[in-house]
Design a protein around this ligand. Structure first.
Ligand code: ADP
Length: 403
């Protein structure tokens, strides 16, 4: 009859057996010598996909041939021999359905009553999904590295292209500067000789000859203006154009532009009016650039108007000086309003050619205005005239006085 202590041990053994049986972790007991499976809990049978008779009392490599033969068996033999536990070894194999699986195996030697024999406890977990995720992450990291390398390469390529483009741009500017000088010199000579002839210094001039001489002068002046516009545009494009800051008065600015525009308007029998604030406005900006913008806007207003008048209105709005150029001319249809500020864009090629344009005036004007911290905008209706507005900051040092 077993005494109380033995019964107690027996019932503890049963409880332990019960515990192993229900444990979610696949657990097997293996004979360290024969590698026969002595015990496999429910989780182990489920994991291996085997019935108890297919695994119990059989060598582990018979029940799980591929896996054990290739990976697990040598490790378990080592544990049995040395007693050094196996800690979370990853063993991969392909199951009966041809799917790749990966198990994580831990094993250690348990002490036995009989000498010379040992038993091993083997615990297995299916980590196939973790491994798959890890492989995906590794592949993603590899891809990211590749993308990064490509990005670095394309950034280098872009930098090289930018440098080449900048060099080409500089070469273009240098070419334009040289060319414009080469063109300007003979043009100035042509204008000079035309003046000598017109003034009758070289001999009497017939009315017919005078008309031809005027045509020569007009064409030469047009060419000169075109060269100036191209030069300014190229300097603006390469950011070589710098803005100066000088103190000036609105009245002197308007005066300097009016003397050039009034005769053009008079020639076409157009009215030309200026409406300025009562007190003159003193402001700081780049006088040459503001004048160039105003001349472009006013000359356009005269060129594209056949009847009525051109009006220049100026006012101060907060810290801005606002100058409007209004005309009663042909106007511009809505779909062209944005594009007229693009270089060489002309609404009506025929009409523009009739009045002799280059398509550069507005793009130069807007870029100059932006360089000064302002802008040029337009409001217009085809057939009903146009309003071009130049707005420039007065650099915060604006005052209205009687200068
Ligand atoms: P262009 O030398 O041809 O006048 P601009 O850049 O100054 O070049 O103007 C571009 C185009 O915008 C002109 O060709 C014309 O079609 C239109 N435009 C400019 N100003 C006016 C205006 N005041 N009235 C009508 N159309 C205008």
């Amino acid at each position: 009859m077993p005494d109380a202590a033995e019964r107690d041990l027996g019932s503890r053994g049963d409880a332990l057996q019960e515990h192993f049986e229900r444990a979610p972790l696949a657990t097997l007991q293996i004979d360290g010598e024969s590698l026969f499976t002595l015990y496999a809990n429910r989780a182990a049978l489920d994991l291996a996909g085997l019935e108890p008779r297919e695994i119990l009392g059989r060598r582990l490599d018979e029940s799980l041939p591929g896996l054990v033969g290739e990976h697990l068996l040598p490790l378990l033999i080592e544990v049995g021999k040395t007693g050094a536990p196996l800690h979370r070894a990853e063993v991969g194999f392909t199951n009966g359905q041809g799917n790749s699986r990966c198990w994580c195996a831990s094993a250690w030697r348990t002490t036995e009553k009989r000498e010379g024999t040992c038993r091993l406890l083997l615990q297995l977990t299916d980590i196939s999904e973790d491994v798959e995720q890890r492989q995906e992450l590794t592949a993603m990291a590899r891809q990211m590295r590749q993308i990064n390398e490509e990005l670095v390469l394309s950034a280098l390529r872009e930098e090289e292209l930018t440098q080449r483009a900048e060099a080409a741009n500089d070469a273009k500017s240098a070419f334009l500067a040289t060319m414009s000088h080469e063109l300007r010199t003979p043009l100035t000579a042509i204008i000079g000789y035309e003046e000598l002839l017109s003034d009758g210094i070289t001999g009497p001039v017939t009315p017919e000859q005078r008309t031809q001489l005027h045509r020569i002068r007009d064409s030469a002046m047009h060419l000169l203006a075109l060269i100036e516009q191209i030069l300014t545009l190229s300097r603006l494009a390469t950011e070589h154009e710098k803005a100066q800051s000088e103190r000036m008065t609105l009245e002197s600015l308007v005066q300097a532009t009016s003397v050039l525009i009034a005769p053009l308007a008079a020639e076409k029998r157009l009215g030309f009016r200026t409406e300025l604030p009562q007190n003159d406005v003193v402001f700081e900006s780049d006088p040459l650039k503001v004048k160039q913008i105003l001349i472009n806007l006013l000359a356009n207003a005269v060129r594209f108007t056949d009847q009525g008048e051109v009006t220049l209105r100026a006012r101060v709005e907060g810290k801005d000086l606002v100058i409007e150029v209004h005309d009663t001319g042909i106007g511009i249809a809505g779909e062209h309003l944005d594009q007229i500020f693009e270089p060489f864009y002309q609404v009506e090629q025929k009409a523009t050619r009739r009045v002799g344009g280059s398509g550069l005036g507005l793009s130069v004007s807007r870029r100059l205005a932006r360089l000064l911290g302002g802008d040029v905008t337009v409001a217009s209706i085809a057939g009903h005239g146009s309003d071009f507005t130049l707005r420039i900051p007065t650099r915060g040092r604006l005052d209205e006085s009687g200068v």
